[in-house]
Design a protein around this ligand. Structure first.
Ligand code: PRP
Length: 184
């Protein structure tokens, strides 16, 4: 889905699909440089990371494996509490593996912070983080980002995996949603 398909819902374009492709290619080159001689395990955090994972995996010129994790927050205060529960756990063991967590966005940082702590006991050889987007002004906890696509302003953005009420994930770019759409 392109911006013109949802023109009336989008206030401004943050990243075009071309810019996103460049950012993902840049991340892929950095990952390749750091992972010669072994097969990293990319872990996508459902659902938002699906698009990033699909493009990043195909852009990488090294062997990789993929697994997925789904997490959900407890109750409505999710985002503020940072307490999450595992909806779908990993199927591949992390023991001895070079793990790269793949995210669409780091917003408050709470999800990632919880994931990194959860992974600590799983005996990975290394754990690093790749995210297409980061909102520096929204971060509540300091989380290490090893591979970053773009820093973006603290606006309500949708597209390329990011949703509002499950819609707009298939938008090929990232844009700011008009407040009228979500009653803002
Ligand atoms: C989004 C995103 C991250 C998380 C980041 O997922 O994919 O996992 O929020 O936010 P945080 O830094 O404030 O914790 P969301 O919970 O919206 O689920 P989804 O990926 O299924 O849309």
């Amino acid at each position: 889905m392109e911006f013109e398909d949802v023109n009336s819902d989008i206030e401004s374009v943050v990243l075009t699909k071309e810019q996103i492709a460049e950012g993902i290619a840049r991340i892929a080159r950095e990952i390749e440089n750091n992972h010669t001689g072994h097969t990293p395990l990319l872990i996508g955090v459902l659902k938002g990371a699906v698009m990033v994972m699909a493009d990043l995996a195909r852009e990488l010129h090294i062997p990789i494996e993929m697994d997925w994790m789904a997490v959900s927050s407890y109750g409505a205060s999710t985002k503020s509490s940072g307490v999450v529960r595992i909806v779908k756990d990993l199927e591949i063991s992390l023991e001895g593996r070079h793990v790269i967590i793949v995210e669409d966005i780091v917003d408050s940082g709470l999800t990632l912070s919880w994931l990194l702590e959860n992974f600590e006991s799983r005996q990975a050889a290394s754990v690093s983080v790749a995210t297409l987007l980061r909102k520096p002004d929204a971060m509540k906890v300091d989380v290490p980002i090893d591979y970053l696509g773009f820093d973006i302003p603290n606006d309500f953005v949708v597209g390329f995996g990011l949703d509002y009420a499950e819609s707009y994930r298939n938008l090929s770019g990232v844009g700011v949603l008009k407040p009228a759409v979500y009653g803002g």
